[in-house]
Design a protein around this ligand. Structure first.
Ligand code: SF4
Length: 203
């Protein structure tokens, strides 16, 4: 059994993992911006917001970092986001039961703005532009941009954006963090699920 959210956050802070994660996030943001600039692409919000997508996040270190941002918010906003997270989970469960597609705004998206922008997970940072990934021992994967990107820039030649070094560094950090914090359980959580985990386990 894994430690409670508060213990996970404290272990990350104590082990200096948040500083390391911030450095990694800054590096991926820079690389993303450079590639996006080559197309002239800027993500300034669109009707088909990627925050409506059901992204699953898999790292305990990112869970801890998102929750550390969440616990800095005023209590009122936390209550609002928690109640949105409950609604989101209810909708997700219904969509799964009825085998229908799921589209629901992320609970911490406030009128198009991410309330946890500095703490948002890796996939929120990397989504949107074409990319490549070379998983160990497997052929290279090429990924497309988001719908809006493809509509505006889909005809332009690919500007290289390799996610591999970021995934590799994240995986290494995650391994060290899990070993230090004594976390054994697997993570597969949306942002809504992360917030809801606080209700049962407390923060
Ligand atoms: S964490 Fe922020 S950027 Fe990521 S889906 Fe939620 S609102 Fe959007």
């Amino acid at each position: 059994m894994s430690p409670a959210p508060e213990e996970i956050c404290n272990a990350a802070e104590k082990g200096n993992f948040f500083k390391e994660l911030q450095g990694l996030y800054a590096a991926m943001d820079r690389a993303y911006d450079q590639a996006a600039d080559r197309y002239g692409f800027s993500c300034t919000g669109c009707a088909d917001s990627c925050c409506l997508t059901r992204f699953y996040h898999h790292t305990a270190i990112e869970y801890a970092y998102l929750l550390s941002g969440f616990r800095e918010l005023p209590p009122e906003r936390r209550r609002t986001f928690l109640s949105r997270a409950q609604a989101c989970i209810r909708d997700l469960e219904r969509a799964m039961r009825e085998k229908k597609p799921f589209r629901h705004m992320c609970p911490v998206n406030d009128d198009g703005w991410c309330a946890l922008y500095a703490h948002r997970p890796m996939i929120c940072r990397l989504h949107g532009i074409p990319h490549e990934l070379s998983p160990p021992g497997r052929p290279k994967i090429q990924g497309a941009g988001c719908t809006e990107f493809e509509r505006q820039f889909g005809d332009l030649p690919y500007a290289a954006f390799d996610r591999t070094p970021f995934y590799a560094e994240m995986a290494g950090m995650e391994r060290r963090f899990r070993a230090q914090a004594g976390i054994s359980e697997k993570f597969r959580m949306t942002v809504a699920m992360m917030l809801i985990s606080l209700e049962t386990k407390g923060l």
